[in-house]
Ligand binder design. Structure first.
Ligand code: NAI
Ligand code: UGA
Length: 447
């Protein structure tokens, strides 16, 4: 099938490449000439494990092309996926300007009977608007479908090719059949393809992200309570997670959720609810709790140094909003760095892949270190913000030698409290009892 992805970012590039891998002819279209040039020259603009090899293989096989030309990309396509960004606008609602522009630009070139599939996360009612924007520019008959995407950055290829479920919202069964055809290679017998109305599919995406964000804010609140009552969140998490009704996933406490989706989607659904006269109490609280959680590490560090961080050197391990990605959108690390700089601290940072992105945002306000051990040089304290695997079993003796003082604030609970005390470190995590009751090393957030 000839398929076009409009928007060649995390979603469009990953899903387009996977559709090519299953034998379709895919064109990834973007308005960003630089991105398209890079892809055409064999480069990949984002860090996503396994993606570069997959892009190269399918491009070489002639199944995957990149273009900025709407006419070439849309003509002959049976399925056109909208995968452009839907960032938050000033009011907190989703900004649909890229979606509208994509819809209007594709309209003149659509084939009769093509299925226009919105994969971008959009507020309920947007697919109807997309239909209107296209119809205002062409008389060609086409189908509409909503196909929310559930992949996670850092595990995007696996998530997309082994989905828990595929959701499609349609008005017409024929459109569902076309989308089903595309997904069949990725659906195991027990993995459902769920067709429903367009509005329900649009709502599924927000409900899923808001539920996951709620779990994270909930466990972060539990962790903060644990700290005050001498309980240990690792034990509490295990104690509740074995209840099948609760489960273990997305219950790792930390420094607040970041990324391009949870923060904006929680706010966008809250905004949609308010527009319809519903006070979104839970969603507002989830968002507020998360914003506060992003300050937790700074507050701990500030308290430890009696409110005087002027001239103190703080090392930071992990800049991306989660491991295995270079994405720093709404990353908790940025909140911490800005607070530290404001308080007069000297900040030395390290991250396996996100340094370039942070450099573009913060310039020379912090020192960038290629190796995470180097960030510890002469540091008064180390703060761990992202749980990259390479931070899990460091050489503590070496770190101790490099640091001015053996002090670690761990936003991801990577180490065992008791062992850290034996190693001679002051060690503070999130929701850990000072007695260090838990003997297991945890902290694999998101896994
Ligand atoms: N990043 C993620 O993990 C996930 C994102 N989503 C949703 O998917 C959508 C896309 O997200 P990302 O891929 O992260 O965004 P992104 O920002 O990485 O990529 C969007 C791309 O669209 C391009 N673009 C903008 N306007 C265009 C136009 N008129 N024509 C052609 N290209 C255009 C941009 O140049 C950019 O390359 C959003 O709605 C997001 O909420 C859904 C699931 C997962
Ligand atoms: O709509 C989207 O864009 C995507 O948003 C999330 O994916 P993503 O943001 O890539 O990454 P997650 O693994 O969900 O992590 C999000 C944030 O939550 C934090 N988190 C996650 C899990 C956890 O237990 N604790 C926790 O603090 C992570 O550190 C990270 O900052 C969802 O998991 C995807 O299903 C969804 O498709």
């Amino acid at each position: 099938m000839k398929v076009t992805m409009i928007g060649t970012g995390y979603v469009g590039l990953v899903t387009g490449t996977c559709f090519a891998e299953s034998g379709n002819d895919v064109t990834c279209l973007d308005v960003d000439q630089k991105k398209v040039d890079l892809l055409n020259s064999g480069g990949v603009p984002i860090y996503e494990p396994g993606l570069t090899e997959l892009v190269k293989r399918n491009a070489a096989a002639g199944r995957l092309e990149f273009s900025t030309n709407y006419a070439e990309a849309i003509e002959g396509a049976k399925c056109v996926f909208i995968c452009v960004g839907t960032p938050q606008d000033d009011s907190g609602a989703a900004d649909l300007k890229y979606v509208q522009s994509a819809a209007e630009s594709m309209a003149p070139y659509l084939e009769p009977g093509a299925v226009v599939v919105c994969k971008s996360t959009v507020p309920v009612g947007t697919n109807r608007k997309v239909r209107g924007w296209i119809e205002a520019k062409t008389d060609t008959k086409f189908y509409s479908a909503s196909n929310p995407e559930f992949l996670k950055e850092g595990a995007a290829i696996d998530d997309f090719t082994k989905p828990d479920r595929v959701v499609v919202g349609v008005d017409d069964e024929d459109a569902a059949d076309v989308v089903h055809e595309l997904y069949k290679p990725f659906l195991r017998t027990e993995k459902p393809f769920i067709a429903m109305g367009i509005e329900s599919a649009e709502m599924v995406k927000y409900a899923a992200n808001c539920m996951l964000a709620t779990k994270i804010s909930f466990i972060n609140e539990m962790a903060n309570i644990c700290e005050q009552v001498n309980a240990d969140i690792n034990d509490v998490r295990k104690g509740i997670g074995h209840d099948a009704r609760i489960g273990f996933s997305f219950l790792f406490p930390g420094v607040g959720y970041g990324g391009s989706c949870f923060p904006k989607d929680v706010r966008a659904l809250a905004s949609l609810a308010a527009e319809h006269g519903i006070e979104p109490r839970i969603l507002r609280t989830v968002d507020e709790t998360n914003n506060q959680q992003k300050n937790v590490l700074f507050n701990k560090i500030n308290t430890y140094f009696d409110g005087d961080l002027n001239g103190k050197t703080i090392a930071i391990w992990g800049l991306s909003f989660k491991p295995r990605t270079d994405d720093i959108r709404e990353a908790p690390s940025l909140v911490l760095i800005n607070s530290l700089l404001e308080a007069g601290a000297v900040v030395q940072v390290s991250d396996p892949v996100a340094i370039e992105n942070v450099q573009a945002e913060l310039g020379d306000r912090v020192t960038y270190c290629e190796h995470h051990y180097d960030a510890c040089a002469n540091a008064d304290a180390l703060a761990i913000v992202t749980e990259w695997n390479e931070f899990r079993t460091p050489d503590f003796d070496y770190i101790k030698l490099k640091m001015k003082a053996p002090v670690i604030f761990d936003g991801r609970n990577l180490y065992d409290c008791k062992k850290m005390a034996r190693r001679g470190f002051y060690y503070a995590g999130i929701g850990l009892s000072p007695a260090g009751a838990s003997q297991e090393t945890v902290g694999a957030a998101g896994e």
